[in-house]
Every structure is written in structure tokens, then in C-alpha cells.
Ligand binder design. Structure first.
Ligand code: SF4
Ligand code: SF4
Ligand code: SF4
Length: 247
């Protein structure tokens, strides 16, 4: 669960490991690999760069409440006062009353962080169990920074042979990925992880924890780069197969 201890915006921005709603995702790779004893195990995951937040993730999953959930990647978040992922377009007032919220289940939690030069900043976290994966906040947030996006939560996903959402996805955003990879990050965030990782390793000095955090960030980014290269090949192959012969 997200750390709810008092913190400031700078605290968030120095820690790229924090993606609310993403903790179950991050823990699942090791869990699944360990549970089944096979590192080559594959799991379903969706590419947030391809996803158009069409709503199918909420309705096509075989589970009563979808295994797909929203995450908020703090390093991309603007901590906006008027968050387009939180407020209805026609909100009555900038408060947490249900009629002002875009999320149908109240799963996006807004909390005041700090005020600077007359500007107020808010933290937005996702209450995982309440999220139904409808993607409304994702669509709203795309109008600003795009820090909110959908991911399959592996602790809940049944890993169906044929994922019903993958079949229904109009954006062909679903992939089988190595279980230890766990997530698919937006491509624009990989560089952020690398910069943070390098900085942390460089400034760690004798602090083994900082160094290990830095190395984790770099490993996380490397896994994403490796997978993106594979995805490019895979998509090209798929496209080749779909083109009519002789064209
Ligand atoms: S079905 Fe595809 S496009 Fe629609 S919300 Fe899910 S991943 Fe996104
Ligand atoms: S708007 Fe939809 S996807 Fe976003 S947190 Fe609420 S239920 Fe989840
Ligand atoms: S694999 Fe099955 S449980 Fe997992 S997201 Fe797809 S339909 Fe839902």
C-alpha cells in the first residue's frame, strides 16, 4: 500500500520506485516465479502506450471485478490542484464531494501535500480494491501529464490461457511478458528511471541501501528496454503475417 506518512512533493519526486497501485505489480514477478519455480513463465500485461482507455478492461475480464487497475507514476504526475484525472469536466467545486469526481467508485484519493508561491499541490493515489479498471481517470489524466495508466495486477489475474480482455482490446495492447518483468512502463518513463538510478548509485557513497535502490531502478529500466526491443520485433512479425501475400 502507498505510504501515507506526511511527506512533501519533493519527497515524491526523488523516488521513482513509487507508483501507487503498482506495489502488487512489482511484488508479483518474484512471487509468481517462485511459486511456479520457472523463470520463463509468462503473464499477461498491457502496454500503456497503446491503450486508449476504451473501457473494455472493466467489462471483459472474467473476474467480477477486473484484474486491471489504475496506477499513478509519481515522477510524471504534476500534483495538480485541478487534476483532470480526478475531477469531472463540469465539477461544481474543487473538493472531494462525489459529484465532482470522475472516478465512479471513488478510488482516486486526493490529499493536500504543500503550497508554494500561492500554488497548491495534491497527491493522487489509487485505492486498488476500489478500482474497477474503467480507465476514466486515465483518459482524463492524458489531457495533462498522463501519469495515470492501467496495468494488470498479477496478484488478482487468473492468467487465463486466452485473456478475454486481450481478445476484445481494440488497440491490441495486451502481451505475454516474462513474469519477472511484471509491468510495462510508458516508454517516456524509462529515461526517468535511468537518470534516477544513475544519480542514486553515484551519490550512494557508503550507503548500501541507496546503492541497491539505484541498481534496482537501473535493472527495472533495462528490463523495459529489452522488452521494448522484443515488442518491436514481435509487432513487425505480426504485421508481416497480416499483409496479403504478393502485396
Ligand atoms: S481493452 Fe485495450 S484499449 Fe481498452 S482499456 Fe483495456 S488495454 Fe486499453
Ligand atoms: S476512474 Fe476507473 S480506472 Fe481510474 S481509479 Fe477509478 S475505477 Fe480505477
Ligand atoms: S487473463 Fe483472465 S483474469 Fe487476467 S485480465 Fe485477462 S481475463 Fe482477466
Amino acid at each position: 500500500m502507498p505510504d501515507t506518512a506526511q511527506t512533501d512533493r519533493r519527497g515524491f519526486l526523488t523516488d521513482a520506485l513509487r507508483t501507487t497501485g503498482g506495489f502488487a505489480l512489482v511484488g508479483a514477478g518474484g512471487f509468481l516465479a517462485g511459486r511456479r519455480g520457472r523463470t520463463e513463465l509468462k503473464v499477461w500485461q498491457l502496454d500503456p502506450d497503446k491503450c486508449t482507455a476504451c473501457g473494455n478492461c472493466a467489462t471483459y475480464c472474467v473476474l467480477d471485478v477486473s484484474a486491471v487497475k489504475c496506477v499513478n507514476f509519481f515522477d510524471m504526475c504534476g500534483f495538480c490542484d485541478i487534476c483532470t484525472g480526478y475531477f469531472e469536466t463540469n465539477y461544481w467545486s474543487l473538493d472531494t464531494a462525489a459529484e465532482n469526481q470522475l472516478c465512479p467508485t471513488g478510488a482516486v484519493i486526493r490529499r493536500f501535500v504543500e503550497e508554494q508561491s500561492g500554488q497548491r499541490f495534491y497527491e493522487y493515489t489509487i485505492d486498488g480494491p476500489l478500482c474497477i479498471g474503467c480507465g476514466k481517470c486515465v483518459k482524463g489524466c492524458a489531457l495533462m501529464n498522463g501519469s495515470m495508466y492501467l496495468q494488470v495486477e498479477h496478484d488478482r489475474c487468473l492468467d487465463c490461457n486466452e485473456c478475454a480482455i486481450a481478445t476484445a482490446c481494440p488497440a491490441e495492447a495486451f502481451y505475454r511478458i516474462p513474469a519477472e518483468q511484471v509491468e510495462i512502463l510508458k516508454q517516456s518513463t524509462i529515461g526517468i528511471l535511468e537518470r534516477r538510478g544513475r544519480h542514486r548509485v553515484r551519490t550512494a557513497g557508503d550507503d548500501p541501501q541507496l546503492r541497491s535502490e539505484g541498481l534496482s531502478l537501473l535493472a527495472r529500466a533495462a528490463a523495459q528496454r529489452q522488452w521494448r526491443a522484443w515488442q518491436e520485433e514481435w509487432d513487425a512479425r505480426q504485421q508481416g503475417e497480416e499483409e496479403p501475400s504478393g502485396s
